[in-house]
Design a protein around this ligand. Sequence first.
Ligand code: PLP
Length: 450
Amino acid sequence: MALVNIHFLNLQNNYLFADIAKKVNAFKVMHPKAEVISLGIGDVTQPLCPAVTEAMHKAVDEMATAAGFHGYGPEQGYTFLREAILKNDFLPRGVHLDIDEIFINDGAKSDTGNFQELLHWDNFIGVTDPIYPVYIDSNVMIGRCGTYRDGRWTNVRYMPCTAENGFVPELPKGRPVDVIYLCYPNNPTGTVITKQELQKWVTYALKNDALILYDAAYQAYIQDPKIPHSIYEIRGARKCAVEFRSYSKTAGFTGVRCGYTIVPKEVSVSTLTFGRDGSRSEELMQASLFPRSNATFEGERISLNQLWLRRQCTKFNGCSYISQRAAEAIYSPEGKQQVKATIDYYMQNARKMLQTLRSLGYECYGGENAPYVWMRTPDVFQKEIGAMAPTSSWKFFEALLYGANVVCTPGVGFGPSGEGYVRFTAFGSHEQTDEALRRIKDWSRRSNSL
Ligand code: PLP
């Protein structure tokens, strides 16, 4: 009898974007003439830049010749792209990596989701809250998160990121966390981390023998030269961190698919040891009932670089030659200039959003080094409690949809600490963003309260 992986049945249906679509559709049915503008989308809208499309055309033409045809490529990615990454993304920031530490992928989602496969099921994970949902869900699939109660997983350390702590989580107290997910610039809050703050996390990881999984998918949006683009700008990170990068938001590759993961050779994790806790010892005994050849299980160190290579060679057949040539093109002088122009375009939206929303009295965060603005919903008088309290994320979402015909994303959809916030994205066109802001201004002035 084939049995299901029951951990998949524990997944909570993340209906966030489906729920948003349902509510927007219901609104459109009732108001067929209204033109709804979405500032909720996380996808880019501007076309690929000419340097990229030229490189793709050229690669297609090559593939049409016997001499230039490319079949399966190297699982780790083509050398031309990995060399361009080393030379352009890391060397200028004083980060020296080996080419074998770079793994080209088909976007950061796959690797941020898959990497946890290399880790024992009973590692204790810590996540920033609110969070990009892939980190938790991929751990739920392997049974690492415990049970879901009151909107939280029992075996996950949620590290709140709110206005009160400047959106940088406090170091975990009590039971040490084994695997830490950090994402900066952050989706959804649009906030960043300083070198000093990031150093604290690296120091924590080194001290507690923890692993940091660092998602830098939005690093290209950093404007402030003091903010780190890579965790490897931090002393000691080569020993404890894996970093994920993506061309999706950097160069509009959401439909092209290409990114990369850095796994330094020094990053290692331990095999099981006796006596660390009961469950692990039991697991060890079971393992010895079904011995693998050459498995020692005695706390030896295992290189994640080697393990990830092994995993990729087994499960991944590489990102297409055309996508990798496209990615290489963003490092040419014209490519760099064109990609920067598109990022500037989106950041102009972010600046306008911040300016308008703040001028209306809303408390806003992010938006300066990331394409997301994270806004606190206004306090209103709540009859149920007889006092002023923040409007819920969903209530604000609906008020904005019905009042201004503008869509935002309710913050609570990204985790419990997102309640009382909404996210606006800067990925729209200038025209749509301007129009949405004009409507928000009118609506906000019309309605004194929700
Ligand atoms: N990481 C974060 C924080 C994201 O917001 C996204 C996409 O929205 C991704 C990773 C995945 O990007 P992709 O798979 O397109 O590279």
